[in-house]
Design a protein around this ligand. Structure first.
Ligand code: DX5
Ligand code: ZN
Length: 207
């Protein structure tokens, strides 16, 4: 069954949303951290991640849309975190960062933007747990799903049967059936946080 990682990026009251999500069938809590450099938006700085983590019963799935992930990773020791995902496009030593995340005993994800060539991931596939495929241009919630992103999922699944595939952006009831065929985890933001009943929305996506 597909796992759902709700994104609270667009929620008006993130702590309130977390409290609601704690009592749903969601699998993780997706945290979107943006530094205003890697993407043209600033969201969920380190202090907020630490605050939100305290309220969450769901393991965190942290998506670092930042140029310098080490600044964050260093302060995330001993938390309820499942995945820390960094972007392949940053101008940093990716191997070093992968090992840094592993040293804290978290699973490692690498994310790829819509216009980045999927083959860039190949040298890292044996060293990471998950690939996070962006199905929108990262930076904002509520955008339209880019169907081409599923081609990346098919390509990656073909060359690596074990890697966990996650997709992020524009996912809702109308495209989940197609998404499900190709990925293991769907990040879902506005479809859930705009709904009146979070668990009903999540169950609709899962079933
Ligand atoms: C976009 C973020 C997403 C976003 C998803 O940069 O990475 O996680 O919050 O929101 P929706 O589902 O509304 O596209
Ligand atoms: Zn995200």
């Amino acid at each position: 069954m597909i796992k759902i990682s709700p994104s609270i990026l667009a929620s008006k009251d993130r702590i309130e949303s977390i409290k609601k999500l704690n009592n749903t069938n969601a699998d993780y809590l997706h945290i979107d951290t943006m530094d205003g450099l890697f993407v043209p938006n600033t969201q969920m700085p380190l202090e907020e991640i630490l605050e939100l983590e305290k309220h969450s019963k769901l393991p965190l799935d942290i998506h670092l849309m930042v140029e310098d992930p080490e600044k964050y990773i260093n302060y995330l020791e001993n938390k309820n975190i499942e995945y820390i995902t960094i972007h392949i496009e940053i101008d940093k030593d990716i191997d070093y960062l992968i090992n840094k995340i592993k040293s804290l005993n978290y699973k490692v994800g690498l994310s790829i933007k819509p216009n980045t060539e999927v083959s860039k991931l190949i040298p890292y596939l044996d060293k990471i747990d998950l690939v996070l495929i962006m199905s929108v241009e990262p930076g904002f919630g509520g955008q339209e799903f880019m169907p081409d992103s599923l081609e990346k999922a098919k390509y990656l699944r073909n060359i690596n049967k074990d890697i966990i595939l996650e997709i992020d952006g524009g996912i809702k009831d109308t495209n989940i059936d197609e998404v499900k065929k190709h990925v293991d985890i769907a990040v879902v933001g506005s479809y859930i946080t705009n709904s009146t009943d979070y668990n009903e929305a999540i169950n609709k996506l899962k079933n």
